[in-house]
Design a binder for this molecule. Sequence first.
Ligand SMILES: [Zn+2]
Length: 284
Amino acid sequence: MADFLSGLKKFGLGNLKSEELYEDPKKKKVEVEKPAAKAPVKIVEKDLLYDKKYTCPICDKEFVAKTVRTGKVRMKGVDLDLRPDYDEIDQIKYDVIACPECGYAALARYYGKLTKFQIDEIKSKICANYRKQDYLGEVYSYEEAQIRYELALATAMVKKSKNSEKAYLCLKTAWLIRGEVQRMDPDEPNYEKQKAEKEAQEKELLKNALEGFIMARQSEEFPIAGMDSNTLDYLMAALATETDDFDVANKMISELLTSRAANERIKDKTRALKEMIAEKKAGQ
Ligand SMILES: [Zn+2]
């Protein structure tokens, strides 16, 4: 995670690199470089957005964040790890609300619900070092979206968020990178190299997400990041499958398949994971 957060240096928050994401001494570090992001943008994207007004709970300034018009975007599918996939727009880019003045950022689900301790921590560790960003385009580029996710992760770390909030942010940042790779132009020079770097970064974030959800499941009450226990167990099984953590995957899969509370739809998806693991193991 330290290297992933190296992007924070450009707005004065490089000192956060030393903060541990989950404060767990056993935690592995992310060993990936942050490659230069590029942003292919479809023209229709701006028509699916509007400016939503917010008042910052930290600095009290008003600002606007681009927001996707609900009901206008069609989903074309759902990935193994529950990422919704859209044609016209990558909705994930617009899920972080970030104050351009002071640097406070959070996913909409967690925006603004702060204790006095958290407000003080954010002021002293984020705002005091943050350099103002401007988001002036009609759409957010992947580079801008990644900055917003980095700020949200930095905010979550200094306000000592629950592990589930940090895990969910890691998951959504991984999804952001996946969406970017999907839209990269294979004819661009360095395509293969950039794709490989981004995919390595995505995989480390998925591992971080799994690690955080494992800790959250042991200590937090459901719903966890908006999920009931079967949904979270399925997601953890999927993340473990994607990151080749077969022990965790098999444990979650057998719990789901024997659960009376899990419905047939989720059991079918779980059986698909089981087959995928068998294929992966056969290929090793
Ligand atoms: Zn602010």
